[in-house]
Design a protein around this ligand. Structure first.
Ligand code: NAD
Length: 333
């Protein structure tokens, strides 16, 4: 594989310091600038051949078209929703992410929300702070013996399964790609969604957001669920249809929801956030020191490997780039 020359990288967000250190140790000049406006980014991007972002920098087609020298956009994290991958691909710019750096953190937050839903911990804590001692209001339910449906059995889905099994939950799931015989080895019985909905006491979604997963949980699927089912979305806003979720909460068909992600972030419509049976977080799935360090390190090492012509890990690209690439892809494409 031919090396690619990368001399100057712009880090446009607060990425773990190890990223800068690794890049500099490998002879790459690094500039860190945070809170850049779109116009600032458009004005500056031509001076760089690499850009490292987290999720706040919107790398739109305008930015990409202004980037005369850009060869790589590195996303320290999983989702590349903030990068116009098609526009980058057309310009021959490689887009790369670090898909496994925040798996454990996102799985742990999912489990936290599942447990908080079962024992009303956030509501009880708020009540205590308000000076109350209300023991009746917060009667909970054990996780032990309950059925957890996991929709999307990739990296995070798998980690959620093993953690919740330790609480004695039975884990069932659905994934169109991960084979049932594989998930069976980690204790997840697969079935169709039609079979899964009525069985679950809790449902958690761990798919990407795409046309086939948008509104996976909607009015129709909620109607097929057990009354009082509790749901968690720590993946992407919109996999659970927000309007349908609100209707299901109001009718008590849904007994509670744990939401880390929203269609619009931050959500202007606060109806879900303000619902008494909703526990929500401002997209904190990857917000741990460990995940940020892992993602910062991973993206820097992946860029260095690419510069040295070793391998192209974590590239997220369309077939156009793949066909023209001389690289050996060693991770998901
Ligand atoms: N809240 C956060 O901060 C945070 C952090 C990390 C990841 N995420 C999100 O979590 C999600 C899962 O991440 P991951 O690393 O486990 O991804 P992954 O690619 O490892 O797994 C996703 C799984 O979804 C499956 N899938 C695709 N279409 C499906 C469908 N229609 N029905 C059921 N399953 C389907 C895929 O086959 C795959 O196994 C992604 O949306 C990611 O962006 C959120």
């Amino acid at each position: 594989m031919a090396p690619i020359s990368i001399k100057r990288i712009l880090i446009s967000e607060s990425v773990d310091p190890c990223c800068k250190k690794i890049l500099q140790e490998n002879g790459i000049q690094v500039t860190e600038k945070q809170n850049m406006s779109k116009d600032d980014l458009i004005a500056e991007i031509k001076d760089y051949d690499g850009l490292v972002v987290r999720s706040a920098t919107k790398v739109t087609a305008d930015v990409i078209n202004a980037a005369g020298n850009l060869k790589i956009i590195g996303r320290a994290g999983t989702g590349v929703d903030n990068v116009d991958v098609d526009a980058a691909t057309i310009k021959g710019i490689i887009v790369m992410n670090t898909p496994s750096g925040n798996t454990i953190s996102a799985a742990e937050l999912t489990c936290t929300l599942l447990m908080s839903l079962s024992r009303h911990v956030p509501q009880a804590a708020m009540s205590m702070k308000a000076g109350n001692w209300d023991r009746k209001k917060f009667m909970g339910a054990e996780m032990y013996g309950k059925i957890l449906g996991i929709v999307g059995l990739g990296r995070i889905g798998k980690e959620v399964a093993s953690r919740m099994q330790s609480f004695g939950m039975k884990t069932i799931g659905y994934d169109p790609i991960t084979p049932p015989e594989v998930t069976a080895t980690w204790g997840v019985e697969q079935m169709s969604l039609e079979q899964l909905w009525p069985k679950c006491d809790y449902i958690t979604v761990h798919t990407p957001l795409m046309p086939s997963t948008a509104g996976l949980l909607n009015d129709t699927s909620f109607a097929k669920c057990k009354k009082g089912v509790k749901v968690v979305n720590c993946a992407r806003g919109g996999i659970i249809d927000e309007d349908a979720l609100l209707r299901a909460l109001e009718s008590r068909q849904c007994g509670g929801a744990g939401l880390d992600v929203f269609v619009e972030e931050p959500p202007k419509n606060r109806a879900l956030v303000n619902h008494p049976n909703v526990i929500s977080c401002p997209h904190l799935g990857a917000s741990t020191k460990e995940a940020q360090a892992r993602c910062g390190q991973d993206i820097a090492l992946q860029i260095v490997d690419m510069v040295m012509g070793k391998s192209l890990v974590g590239a997220v690209s369309s077939s156009l780039l793949l066909q023209s690439s001389k690289f050996r892809f060693t991770h998901e494409v």
